[in-house]
Structures are given as C-alpha cells and as structure tokens.
Design a protein around this ligand. Sequence first.
Ligand SMILES: NC(=O)c1ccc[n+]([C@@H]2O[C@H](COP(=O)([O-])OP(=O)(O)OC[C@H]3O[C@@H](n4cnc5c(N)ncnc54)[C@H](OP(=O)(O)O)[C@@H]3O)[C@@H](O)[C@H]2O)c1
Length: 243
Amino acid sequence: MNKRALIIGATSSLAARICHRLAEKNYKLFLVARDAEELEIIKNDLRVRYNAEVITQKLDLSYITFSAAEFVQNIEEKFRFPDSVFMVAGDMGAADAREENIERVTKINYLQPAKILEIIAEKMGNRERGRIIVISSVAGDRGRASNYIYGSAKAALSTFASGLRNKFSHDNVHIMTVKPGFLDTPMTYGMHSPLIWSRDKAAKTIIKAMRRKREVIYVPFFWRYIMLIIKLIPEKIFKRLNL
Ligand SMILES: NC(=O)c1ccc[n+]([C@@H]2O[C@H](COP(=O)([O-])OP(=O)(O)OC[C@H]3O[C@@H](n4cnc5c(N)ncnc54)[C@H](OP(=O)(O)O)[C@@H]3O)[C@@H](O)[C@H]2O)c1
C-alpha cells in the first residue's frame, strides 16, 4: 500500500524538493500552502514526473478563523490519515518588533503549527504509528537583534517538538526536529556564503535522517558546531556583536 504524506508549506522551495523525493518513493501526497496556483504547478509536475497521486489545499495560517481541528478533519475526509507529516511552513517576517509583526510571525511559525501537530500526534499515538518532521531553524538557538521575533517563534517550535517527542515516544510516533542553517532558498536570496547548502542536498539529508529515526538534525550538519560555538559566547560579549 502507498504511504501518505502531508506537507504543510508545500510551496516552500525546500518542501518542493522533499515532495520529489517522496513521490519517487510512491508516496501519496497532500500538499498545503497559501499559494493555490503554485500548488497546482507543483502537483502537475509531480504527476507528470512520477505519476504521483497528489491532492492540494489552500491554507493561510495567519487567518483569524483558522481552526486546527477543522483542518485535520478535512484532511482525513479528503485523504485519509497521513503516515508522515512535514511541517515546513515558515515566515521570517519583517525584522521590526511591532505588535502586529510579533503576532503574525508567532502565529505562522509556532502557534498554528503547534495546534495542528498536537492533534496529529494524538491521532498517530492512538494508531501507534506515524512520523512528524518539524522544520525549525538555527535562529531559534540564540536570539539575535536582526531576527529575534522569528527566532523566538522557532525556539518555541523546537521546544514544542522536543516535548511532543517525549510525550509520544512510547506510542511508536517518531518526531524529528530539523534545524536548517542557510539553504539556497528565496529566504536567503542574495546571500553568498560557502555555508549555504542546496535545497536538493538538504531534502535528501532530511529524508535519510527521517528513515534512520534521527531526533534533531542540523542541515547542513556543520551548523550544529557553529551554533554550539555561538551558544557558548558569554552574554556580555554576545550583546556587543553585530550578528
Ligand atoms: N531558507 C533557509 O535558509 C532557512 C533557514 C532556517 C530555517 N528555514 C525554515 O525552513 C522552512 C522552509 O524555508 P524556505 O526558505 O523554503 O521558505 P519559503 O520558500 O519562503 O517557503 C515558506 C513556506 O511557508 C508557507 N507559508 C508562509 N506563510 C504562510 C501562511 N501564513 N500560511 C500558510 N503557509 C504559509 C509558504 O506558502 P506560500 O508560498 O503559499 O505563501 C511556503 O510554502 C521554513 O520553516 C523556514 O523557516 C529556512
């Protein structure tokens, strides 16, 4: 029987590569994002290349009326319950700390993903199988002046994923946290650095780690060590750095 994967934030350039890897392995895919036109393009591409069975759904995580319970119920009705769920949606937002920006960025990067994942993990726990891949960020490992609103939302998401892993580890539900450093996606457009990995390489690494049941991975791997050093810098010095 084909496996089923739900990808939230499927129009992300990283998610699109993940979709290709899953379609190659005969997964049925349920793709969710804000941009309905882009979803159609990805769906048609996956059908042509891999003869994949793909369903799409438009979703805006910042909508006031969004209900996680209704969202999950709708997926079950249209798709049956997924074996694997990839939470890729994210938005760095503006660097400013205005009230509406804090609210929006927190909602998209933490609050709504957490509500959805709690319901999904509970259902996977009842079925005693499933896996959840949470795309967080190295930005959540330490607050920096340039992106601490986004970073703090991702920190909350990483902590949430850690707690979820702890809670459902006895129910055969595997939860993996992915902390990307810099990848060559629209989010990093214009940044030039040898520390930036291709999305293809990142997607392959994520799928491999998922199959090996890894818990927390950094992508590229060397960001684990970069962040270790960054976390060790004393606050007195760190606050003076322009990072
Ligand atoms: N790129 C990097 O170097 C990097 C580094 C660290 C972490 N990350 C994380 O990795 C993930 C993918 O990053 P990316 O660079 O591939 O991002 P991206 O191309 O900008 O894609 C972001 C995804 O999130 C969706 N999204 C944004 N706001 C949404 C909303 N309000 N409601 C529903 N969906 C929404 C987008 O949907 P639409 O396209 O339909 O709007 C898109 O599918 C994100 O979680 C990001 O935080 C990336």
